[in-house]
Design a binder for this molecule. Sequence first.
Ligand SMILES: [Zn+2]
Length: 427
Amino acid sequence: MPSSQRPWGYFDQSAETGPWSISRAEIDARLRQTLAFCVERSTAYAELYGRAGVRADSFRGMEDLGRLPILTMSDLIARQEQDPPFGGFETVPAEEFHRIYINPGFLWQPGESRYQQTSLAEALCGGGILPGDRVLNTFSYHLWPYAHMLDDSLNMIGATVLPSGTGNAFMQARIMQKIGVTAYMGTPSFLMTIAQRAEAMGLDPTSDLPLEVAVVGAEMLPESLRQRLQDKLGISVRQSYATVYLGCLGYECKEASGLHVPQNMLVEVVDPSTGQPQPPGVAGEVVASNLNPSYPMLRLATGDLSMWMEGDCPCGRTSPRIKGVLGRMDQAVKVRGTFVHPWQLDELFAARPEVFKYQAEVSRHQDQDLLTVKVETMDEVGGELALRRLLERELREFLAVKGQVEVVPRGTIPDFHGKILDRRKWD
Ligand SMILES: [Zn+2]
């Protein structure tokens, strides 16, 4: 079936399109239950929340989430080292888990014999996978949990999995052709490799491969790559955003306009310096909670940056939407107490076609941070002073940080350059 004629489904239509107030009441009830469970049965949460003075009996639900301390990946690593393997976040004896997954950096993750959470199943349906699809799962089944989480989620949907794992693009293209694979899961770059291998084998990827839909993840998906994949393969490509400890935090639907937050997943976008919630349209760090009964993650900071979107999605889902991953927290530099992110500079300079290239530099002078932004202009027509003043004003307004702008000759900024150089020396 050509992908343009495929229907688009839901995992749980009545929940996904029903009034948000009903979902919210259910989430509040489950959140209270999970918190009570955590305090009672998990040694890590009991200690963390005891220290922070969190009381489960006076906790109402999402409105009180901000009272729980934010958990970071470093906390998780430190606690796993202290109390191996799971750090005491588990609410059942460690022997009850069926698997121990190994994430990069020897970070252990317990696995049940079957993944119960529905966030990924909802995402895969939202991205266009239907019951009866034959799905090539090209994520790695070794060590890491993600491929298994997806595999079990496809089982919930009623789709059939080909657990092909990573690598060997020639063989993957042959599998697709021979058995009639209709859906792909994996990274967008690997899908492009498979399409190119198919071409090298003399196949026309549009007509010789029966593929109709791809749900990609684990990498950024630039619009240009999405378009090339869709054109080359004649399919629809949608992305999901997931982290292994939490599950899926957002997915694209048919409209491909922002990422819907799945049911039963609690996503917050917080100001990185204060931990307070950000209003729509203002970027912040994604902090999320899942309500998994045996290994719950409450307020885990992802290190990813996103923002809330406003308005309803034409697909009919009532869940809130985030704008996708805008960048990583660790690429940000703190200047005079304020975070400056590369994407903020990108946004600022995107509106200035006269700027060809830019690079920001943070240095230290007499115990003060100094922000200097070098810019190369499209052509040297003069008016430098006016441009400098304009950009300095915009830096102040957009970044809330005072900075100096220097117009430098073309060729000064190297081709492959960091967008923000931190030249401060701390001793
Ligand atoms: Zn939608």
